[in-house]
Design a protein around this ligand. Structure first.
Ligand SMILES: [Cu+2]
Length: 367
């Protein structure tokens, strides 16, 4: 039986180019699915364009963050995305350039910023999920928000488009209970609330960020994200110099990135052990074959699923922290100006992909 219930309907209207759209949440407690429907959106046709040039020019149609409340006690374990037009016909998925789900009720592990629960991009499979033995712990009342960047290059305007995001969950009475697995995001150059892009000089270059974790745990797997001329992203033990994990790009003859590999340490196995208060480093390497510096042309980050040894030591949100406030402020202005990068948007996308059935699967570069 479908037990459907409208839990939230909030129009986060902005007087800007994005048409006002509403979001509703329906729960199907027999299927253990929650469906978020957002829309309608009018998406004018836009010329095909390099994705990052498009971002730089603010040509993607960013929606404001649309807020809703998560109603379930359980574990989030995957999602499906579908688009339809006013007549109910299917709309090509790739016009949704990316979708980011923010959890305002929990902090990221490394950064004083709201959790990015999941992301989906043009290349994401129709359904992505992790095994029922693991999941992201969720509780009723958690404040979530979702935003989308549109890029309609279908050659015609699309009107009255609705977005349906179906989130899969595992109920709290499952026995044995899933292992708490948290999204982790490690960027070589993130300023929270601002940008994570950097310049790429001619030849080889690298950028690194060192960090410690407030709680130890196990990394189940990682994916990564780089821009053109990117070579690889490595996670290193900064105290010994040992390389712990590497994700590599696939590049075409011009150095354009077409794929980033994933590394799976094992969903049921031990994973990669990371210690609390130990220095680690995430490093991004680039190789620019041209003789020109690509200004703000690069990004490099690693994302994954992390099982903390003690969930009680997960860092708490400090609403008075200036960095945290900058993150919130940057989310509030979304949809009101050109895109300000997309740090963290693909955290869960990679996670899901790598936990998905095909261990050899690779992710296509996208935003
Ligand atoms: Cu990027």
């Amino acid at each position: 039986m479908l037990w459907s219930l409208v839990l939230a309907a909030s129009a986060v209207a902005s007087p800007k180019p994005v048409p006002p759209a509403s979001v509703t949440v329906a729960v199907d407690s027999s299927k253990h699915e929650l469906t978020i429907t957002a829309g309608p959106y009018d998406l004018p046709n836009m010329p095909p364009m390099d994705e990052h040039a498009m971002m730089d020019l603010g040509m993607s149609h960013d929606t404001p963050v649309q807020h809703f409340v998560w109603p379930i006690d359980g574990w989030f374990r995957g999602f499906r995305v579908a688009l339809s037009d006013a007549q109910g016909h299917e709309v090509p998925r790739h016009v949704m350039h990316h979708l980011i789900m923010v959890n305002f009720s929990r902090r990221q592990l490394l950064y004083n910023a709201a959790e990015r629960l999941m992301g989906a991009g043009t290349e994401t499979d129709d359904e992505v999920s992790v095994p029922k033995t693991i999941g992201v712990p969720m509780s009723p009342g958690m404040k979530l928000g979702m935003y989308v960047a549109w890029h309609n290059d279908t050659g015609k305007d699309l009107n009255g488009v609705y977005l349906k995001v179906t989130m899969l969950w595992t109920p709290s009475n499952q026995n044995p209970q899933p292992v708490n697995s948290m999204p982790i995001y490690m960027d070589v150059n993130l300023t929270v609330g601002a940008s994570n892009t950097f310049d790429v000089p001619p030849g080889t270059s690298s950028k690194a960020y060192e960090f410690t974790l407030p709680v130890g745990g196990r990394l189940l797997g990682v994916g990564g994200h780089m821009h053109d001329y990117g070579v690889d992203v490595k996670l290193e033990d900064a105290e010994t110099g040992k390389v712990l994990a590497t994700v590599k790009t696939t590049r075409d003859a011009e150095g354009k990135v077409t794929k980033v590999s994933r590394k799976l340490f094992g969903v049921s196995g031990d994973g990669l052990k990371l210690k609390a208060d130990h220095r680690y480093r995430v490093v991004g390497e680039y190789d620019n074959p041209t003789d020109e510096t690509k200004i703000k042309g690069a990004m490099a980050h690693m994302v994954g699923l992390f099982v903390p040894d003690d969930m009680g030591k997960w860092p708490k949100i400090d609403p008075t922290n200036p960095t945290y406030q900058r993150d919130l402020a940057s989310l509030q202005v979304r949809g009101e100006r050109g895109a300000e990068g997309h740090a963290g948007h693909d955290a869960m996308k990679m996670d899901h992909g790598q936990m998905h059935a095909e261990p050899a699967a690779e992710t296509t570069h996208d935003h």
